[in-house]
Every structure is written in C-alpha cells, then in structure tokens.
Design a protein around this ligand. Structure first.
Ligand code: DSN
Length: 419
C-alpha cells in the first residue's frame, strides 16, 4: 500500500516519511503527545473510513452496519470496563467536541460552570473567553494559590457566589493531583453536577497510577484517547447511567453527524492494550520518569511551576530559569531535538504566543522504553541547550539526543517503509 501511495502522490508520501523520521530522530516531550501502537495505526487505515453510521449499534440510519456495530459495541464495553463507568460514548471526534457534548447535553445555554483558569492549568474548552463556549455558557474561573495548589476555600467561596450548575475540574498544564473528593464536596454543597476532563491523565487512570474521579462519584468524565492512553485521536464521554441518553443524544444528532468508524476501531484496540498488565507498568513508569526528570531539573536550579510534579507533566518557568521567553526556549529546544511547547504560567504577563514557560512530559519517552537514567540525560541536555542560548550548542545537544533516540526507537508503522 505504501508503494502505491509513493507512486501516486510522492509529495504526500515524502511528508509522511519525513514525519516518521522526525518522530524517530527527535524526542517528543510535549505531554499531550505520544507514539501510538502499530496495531492502532493498522486499524485506522482500514475500509471503515468508507462507512456512514449515524446512530448507535442496533439503531442506525443507514444499512450495512454488521461490523460497525460490532466494533462500537466492543469499544464502549472496553471503555466502561477499563474506567469503571456505567455508560460510555466513543463517538466524539475530539477533545473539544467531547466537552461541548457534555455542556449542551446536561446544561442549558446561559447556565454557569465553574472551571479552572487557563493560565493556571485549565483548558481552552473549559470556558476560555476566546472559545465559542464562553459565549453560550456563563463560565467562572478558579485559580491555584501562590504555591500553585488549588485552594478549596476559594473554590467554595466562588461556588457560593456563583451557584454554578456544574463544577468542572481537569487540566492541561496543572502538574499536581486532583482532589476529586474536594471538588465533589463543593459541587454537592451548591447542588452542582460534577465533571472531570482527564484528557491528559486518562492513561494514568486506566493504568491505576492516579485516582479515578468516577470512584469519587463524579457524574461525567471526559478524556481524549491519544495522550497518555496512547490511542488514536478521539474522545470518550463516561458517565452515570442516568445521563446516558442525554449524552448520546448530545453527540448525535446534537453535535455530530457520522462517527469516524475507523477511529472507533482503533480506540477499541487501544482500550484492549490499556487493560493489559504491561500498561499498568507503563503508567507507573510515566510517573516515576516525570519525578526523575523534575528532580534533575531542580538540581540544576531550574524553577518549576508548583516546585515539582505529581503527574506526567512539568511546567518550567523559562524567564526565571534561563531569562528566555517560552517561544525562544521552544525554538532552541526544537533545534536541540527536544520537542516541547511554549506554555503560559499562572497569571503570565506574556501573551500565549510568547509565554514565560515551556511544558514537558514523559508519556512519549516512556513509550520508547526510557527510564530514570535517560531522564537524567534529557534533563542535562535541556539545561545545556537553554543555558548556552546559541545554535551551535543546540546542534551539539541534538547529536546526543539523536543517539539516545536511536537506542530507544519509537513504535513505527506496522508495515516497513518498503512494504
Ligand atoms: N492541545 C492539548 C494539550 O496540549 O494539552 C489539549 O487539547
């Protein structure tokens, strides 16, 4: 198949090959990215791409659904089992869609939602003023305290003032554990629903390495499937049985049309992988690698937001540590073969395109099989590249990073390049 693509469309083929080589030669430290399984890539590139399947198994709008029903039933059952959920919907096309599904399915336009501030670790889809959702729902924001921890007295105070219909926790750059019992107490005290967006830590929850909000009585939990869960790009909505119909109707016909059945097949494969004992080891090692990486950076005098991490991600204050804006640091690191992303720090004085920090994470290096020794090497390389602040030093670091990556190959496509 690859030969046919190469022959027919060499420009696209070359870009695919280039990206494969980039992913092998550089180290992916962006905490929301990972290297998926060859089996997931195989499931994605199948004839399920051809099929329209609006509706749900046993109740679709088009015929020919024998096999789409089979894969969607498998995917939903595996999602329920893995996360201990009463109901699972696997059709959301992405993280943004999956969160909109919940807001529209369980709330009315104008209802208030209490969620974490973006610069303190929240997410664009949690009511950032630049998102469409902020025009439809009335978002209010809580922040972390001066030490970067969530102050539940403050969350409670805002909740009593605002009387939200939903309390939302979850993060894309908050490096600490979530106190789900604390959020549930606040929500219960004002009669609000509880929602956790665990997109970043979905795989860590599946691997039993961090707490599961469903075990704390949360009403609804969302997670993307491509971050620490190592699946294809997609979204899961997990909820109590009492919300199942409203969630399903909110996905289809509420927000989406035909589900991407090739993605659902690949999600099912990733969920099967995540239920295996090896995945628990992977989740535990992702956490211990983050501890080692953070510890070594601190030994070098690097300033981390909240002073460390409890999960897979680390936010470095690059202004305080290296007198570099996040954007400059990201560029130097990219030249050094380390892929990171510029990151707002709490109440960042700089805009999102410049920022005062960068964000790193360990899901992808852990997938490559790296451990403590390699995390020390990566931390040393990171510091060397940013302290020298010049292209020559970054190029020298890149050579070392490439050697490291060659020793720990990323899982590639199922078929070799010549197949
Ligand atoms: N873009 C993802 C992240 O990097 O955290 C979340 O949507």
């Amino acid at each position: 198949m690859r030969d046919r693509l190469q022959e027919y469309d060499p420009e696209i083929f070359d870009a695919i090959l280039g990206e494969e080589r980039r992913q092998q030669a550089e180290l992916e430290l962006i905490p929301s990215e990972n290297y998926t399984y060859p089996e997931v890539l195989a499931a994605l590139g199948t004839v399920f791409t051809n099929k329209y399947s609006e509706g749900y198994p046993g109740n679709r709008y088009y015929g020919g659904q024998t096999y789409t029903d089979a894969i969607e039933r498998l995917a939903t059952a595996r999602a329920r089992d893995l996360f201990g959920a009463e109901h699972a919907n696997v059709q959301a096309l992405s993280g943004a869609a999956m969160n909109q599904v919940v807001y529209y399915g369980l709330l009315e336009p104008g209802d208030s939602i209490l969620a974490m501030d973006l610069s303190h670790g929240g997410h664009l889809t949690h009511g950032s003023p630049v998102s469409h959702m902020a025009r439809v729902f009335d978002f209010h924001r809580y922040k972390a305290d001066a030490k970067g921890r969530i102050d539940f007295d403050e969350v409670q105070r805002i909740a009593e003032e605002v009387r939200p219909k939903m309390v939302l926790c979850g993060h894309s750059s908050y490096p600490r554990d979530m106190d789900y019992a604390g959020f549930k107490r606040v929500a219960d005290s004002v009669g609000a629903l509880t929602m956790a967006d665990v997109s970043h830590i979905g795989g860590l929850i599946a691997g039993n390495a961090v707490p599961n909000p469903l075990e704390h009585g949360f009403d609804v939990v969302t997670t993307t499937t491509h971050k620490s869960l190592r699946g294809p790009r997609g979204g899961l909505v997990l909820c109590k049985a009492e919300f199942a119909k409203r969630i399903d109707k909110s996905v289809f016909p509420g927000l989406q049309g035909g589900p991407h059945m090739h993605t659902i097949a690949a999600i099912a494969v990733a969920l099967k992988k995540a239920a295996e004992p090896e995945f628990r080891e992977y989740a535990a090692r992702t956490l211990s690698n983050a501890q080692t990486l953070a510890g070594r950076l601190i030994e070098h005098g690097v300033e981390l937001v909240t002073g460390g991490t409890d999960n897979h991600l680390i936010v470095v204050n690059t202004i305080a540590s290296f007198e570099l804006q996040g954007r400059e640091a990201q560029q130097l690191l990219e030249r050094a073969g380390l892929a990171t992303n510029k990151q707002l720090i709490p109440d960042d004085p700089l805009p999102a395109q410049r920022t005062s920090g960068v964000r790193l994470g360990t899901p992808a290096p852990t997938t490559r099989g790296m451990g403590d020794a390699e995390m020390v090497t990566v931390a040393d390389a990171f510091v060397r590249a940013l302290r020298a602040k010049d292209d020559e030093a970054a190029d020298a670091v890149r050579a070392e990073v490439q050697q490291l990556c060659a020793r720990f190959p990323a899982p590639g496509p199922l078929l070799p390049a010549s197949a």
